[in-house]
Design a binder for this molecule. Structure first.
Ligand code: NDP
Length: 442
């Protein structure tokens, strides 16, 4: 049977766009469908606008530090200016993505895709056939069902608030909650960060998470642990979150309580593509679903929910399918950064994880004030931690919470993945004066 396309990609986010354009580069007939702008969560309502907001919010601290360096700055922050420039930047990136697809010869079909049968996808009422189909539809924020949940915003809306609120209650203690808590706090909004457990950032190294939590409190965030919101009400002036610790009043209530895979309207059951109870598409090592010609990459099927992981999965998949490739995305030692303030860079095992996997481990830590703040009124500190297997000298994990933590960990991540030892780390000469040099002297 002749198909319209060799590959039809559903969803033009990071993973889908990469797969489509590389496959087209191999001479395949490729289409990608998307009902929104091109770029997906990362470009439109995730990493990119969030990081722009982080930059915007950091200026206040820099202005504070600047005084000691001789700068006398009279600064005013304008939220609409930030929103407009952020939108312009997203449109610019959308344009670049469109050009990349067009130049590669990928056909962009505007509309929502859903399966009609194993080789047929409906997009806006039209049916398209493809030999291979890639599901790359990403994920979306989830809000637990409770009275008043209709008043809640998520990260989608937080990036487009018409006005900067005076106060905000953020529910959750993961990546998104702490990143936005940092942004709003630094922009002068009163932030309540509400978390149901004892310590935020579950899954991160306990000491790093504890240091981060204390740093957030020192920076002015009202961190409320062991607090569960059970309902939200609205009065004339504000929203009221009812919780086991009492009522919490604020102008805006923002839930960052996790994300779910975008599979609900794909009609997967119709064609028999298996999904997990949480809605994620089940794939094997080949990114292949239970149907051999239907594949999935990115947040719709993995639990790492990181742009570079989706891109790697999509790129290697089409390499294998159409160009004789034999590489697979590797999920060990993925370096990652939480763009909180201070930010967290991490790669490898936490101390708790290392203890469950290895008999003898040793941790090396350091807490200090980064030089860029040393003379100033900014009291923020940096914490570093190295987790080592003392039987083999292997560095199992490196963690930092402090200024530029993410930039530091990317490079060390390369070395950790190649089996870095503590001796090798210490035989490396530090770059002075930097914060990162502390890692090679610990
Ligand atoms: P996370 O899974 O990181 O955090 C969800 C948080 O919500 C946890 O603290 C969790 O608590 C809490 N939570 C879950 N359900 C409830 C509930 N019913 N009531 C109260 N609290 C609840 O999800 P995010 O939404 O923050 O981010 C999703 C993913 O996106 C991340 O895991 C990450 O992979 C990716 N991401 C990456 C970024 C980056 O690389 N910088 C930035 C943003 C997102 P508990 O710990 O108790 O389960």
């Amino acid at each position: 049977m002749a198909y319209d396309y060799d590959l039809l990609v559903i969803g033009a986010g990071s993973g889908g766009v990469r797969a489509a354009r590389i496959a087209a580069g191999y001479g395949k007939k490729v289409a990608i469908c998307e009902s929104d702008k091109v770029g997906g969560t990362c470009v439109i309502r995730g990493c990119v606008p969030k990081k722009l907001f982080v930059y915007a919010s950091q200026y206040k601290k820099m202005f504070k530090a600047a005084k000691t360096f001789g700068w006398d700055i009279d600064s005013q922050f304008n939220w609409p200016t930030l929103l407009k420039n952020k939108d312009d930047e997203i449109n610019r990136l959308n344009g670049i993505y469109l050009k990349l697809l067009a130049n590669a010869g990928v056909e962009l079909i505007k509309g929502h895709g859903s399966f009609v049968d194993e080789h047929v996808v409906d997009i806006g009422g039209q049916h398209y056939t493809a030999e291979n189909i890639l599901i790359a539809t990403g994920g979306t924020p989830t809000v637990p069902d409770m009275p008043g949940s209709e008043y809640v915003i998520t990260s989608n809306e937080a990036l487009d608030l018409a006005e900067l609120p005076k106060s905000i209650t953020i529910n959750g203690g993961g990546y998104i909650a702490v990143e936005f808590a940092g942004i709003f706090n630094a922009l002068g909004v009163k932030v309540n960060l509400v978390y149901r457990g004892e310590q935020i950032l579950r899954g991160f190294d306990d000491e790093v998470a504890g240091f981060a939590q204390n740093s957030f409190t020192d920076a002015g965030i009202n961190v409320m642990t062991m607090t569960e919101i059970t309902a939200i009400k609205k009065d004339a002036d504000s929203y009221i979150c009812e919780s086991n610790q009492g009522d919490i009043h604020s102008d805006v209530v923002f839930f960052a309580t996790g994300r779910k895979a975008n599979t609900q309207s794909l009609n997967l059951a119709q064609v028999g593509v298996q999904t997990k109870p949480n809605g994620q598409v089940v794939v094997n090592k080949e990114q292949q679903t239970n149907l051999p010609h239907i594949f999935a990459v990115g947040d719709v099927c993995n639990s790492d929910n990181l742009t570079p992981v989706a891109i790697r999965e999509g790129h290697y998949l089409v390499n294998r399918l159409f160009n004789g490739g034999d590489q697979y995305a590797e999920y060990d030692y993925i370096p990652t950064t939480v763009f909180s303030q201070p930010e967290i860079g991490t790669c490898g095992l936490t101390e708790a994880e290392a203890k469950t996997q290895y008999k003898n481990i040793e941790c090396f830590t350091s807490t200090f004030r980064a030089m860029k703040y040393a003379m100033s009124e900014v009291t923020e500190k940096t914490f570093m931690k190295i987790v080592v297997n003392t039987d083999t000298d292997q560095v199992l994990g490196m963690h930092v919470c402090g200024a530029d933590g993410g930039e530091m960990i990317q490079g060390f991540g390369v070395a950790i993945k190649q089996g870095l030892t503590k001796t090798q780390l210490n035989s490396t000469i530090g770059i002075h004066p930097t914060s990162a040099e502390e890692f090679v002297t610990l």
